[in-house]
Design a binder for this molecule. Structure first.
Ligand SMILES: Cc1ncc(COP(=O)(O)O)c(C=O)c1O
Length: 392
């Protein structure tokens, strides 16, 4: 795409996202900025509910359209999509989904977010499952070899991220998936940071469960997301919760004693959802994945990520943690003599929004498709100034 065309596309996007244009916003890894069209869709839906009432029929249609948007974005059949409230709900669906026995083993990496860690610790405490914690560090080494070395005859599941939230490393999920198949293990992937920041074709990956949020890189409302469950996952994972949304209507009455789950991944859905937000989710996901295009979005995010990586690594006081050859749009770094929370707070005073991470102790910026090189330049000089000021 020609530079002028690129520039006008980005300005058009920024005019729809006041948060991203009024600030140097570099924190989509926490919450993406909501575009105008998503706000409009949520408000229009709320207005409709207000004047025309809420309806189960509309709910069904709204959810169908949302599943279709998610299915299209990740190239899977709609039967493999479960709408979820966030990534963590999807991780719970996967991790809680088998009949764990005392002494079974679950492999988890040391780069997991609490969204994957906590449900794993819960099955350890509740069922006596042994957690095998694979040390990946910045995950620039032999990830597949490290995971394989942790497999024993008692292993039943691997829990890992696609893009690590703390070091910003893209893990080799295709190879981990092959490993899982080879050893007949379930693979539960935390895709909180990859969904909406990388172009992902799940039909190639065939992951058992891929948990994604709506509120981060997809710039949707909170309380939204989609969990993708492969055919094998649907076959092997049990439902942990049951609701009017997960069961075939009337099944209880018709077959007395039996309840029939839906045949697709929607068997994992809970009822009582926020309909306007689901409509907003659909708008955000469709805009980003179809209208802007996931290839363009992911390339721009990666380009800006590398740009930030280069600029930051030129600063003497900065140590960039993210391995450049395995990065996407997250850049984690530490600044000599400056505590990350103090840096985040100081930068916010200059309108630069990033976050800090507890393990490893560092700061993290997320480059969005709506950012510009100028945003990065300003953020980098703000970091330089903050270092000077805070180490005086
Ligand atoms: C890797 C990872 N997993 C899970 C989560 C939790 O996400 P959610 O709020 O969608 O459950 C986050 C959020 O920061 C994350 O970075």
């Amino acid at each position: 795409m020609a530079t002028t065309e690129q520039t006008s596309k980005v300005s058009e996007i920024r005019s729809e996202m006041p948060y991203a244009s009024n600030y140097i916003f570099l924190n989509a890894g926490s919450y993406g900025p909501i575009p105008q069209r998503t706000l409009d869709a949520i408000q229009a839906y709320q207005q409709l509910e207000f004047t025309e009432g809420r309806s189960f029929v509309r709910l069904g249609e709204t959810k169908t359209v949302a599943r279709e948007a998610a299915a299209q974005a990740f190239n899977v059949p709609v039967s493999q999509v479960a709408l979820a409230r966030n990534t963590t709900e999807g991780m719970n669906i996967g991790i809680m989904g088998i009949n764990w026995q005392q002494g079974d083993e679950l492999i988890i990496t040391d780069t997991e977010h609490p969204g994957g860690q906590y449900p794993s610790y819960l099955v350890a405490r509740r069922y006596g499952v042994q957690l095998r914690r694979v040390k990946l560090g910045d995950a620039s080494g032999d990830v597949v070899g490290a995971v394989e070395a942790a497999i024993t005859p008692r292993t039943r599941m691997i829990v890992t991220s696609h893009l690590t939230w703390n070091t910003g490393t893209v893990l080799p999920v295709q190879e981990i998936q092959e490993l899982a198949r080879k050893h007949d293990l379930l693979l539960i992937l935390d895709a909180a940071q990859s969904a909406g920041s990388m172009s992902i074709d799940l039909s190639d990956l065939d992951i058992d469960l891929y948990a994604t949020p709506g509120q981060k890189w997809f710039c949707g409302p909170e309380g939204t997301g989609a969990t993708f469950v492969s055919e094998r996952g649907i076959e092997q994972l049990q439902q942990t919760v049951a609701s009017g949304s997960s069961m075939q209507y009337g099944a209880v009455e018709h077959v007395g004693g039996y309840v029939l789950p839906h045949t697709g991944a929607n068997r994992f859905e809970m009822s009582g959802v926020n309909q306007p937000n689901i409509a907003g989710y659909t708008t955000s996901v469709s805009w980003i994945s179809q209208y802007l295009g996931m290839d363009w979005v992911s390339e721009r995010i990666a380009h800006l990520g590398r740009y930030a990586w280069d600029k930051l690594s030129r600063l003497e006081a900065v140590n960039v943690i993210t391995p450049k050859e395995r990065m996407a749009g997250l850049v984690s770094f530490s600044v000599e003599g400056v505590e990350p929370p103090a840096l985040v707070e100081r930068l916010a005073q200059d309108g630069v929004i990033i976050r800090n991470i507890g393990f490893p102790v560092c700061s993290r910026l997320s480059t969005g498709f709506y950012n510009t090189e100028e945003d990065i330049d300003k953020a980098v000089s703000a970091i330089e100034n903050a270092h000077r000021e805070l180490t005086k």
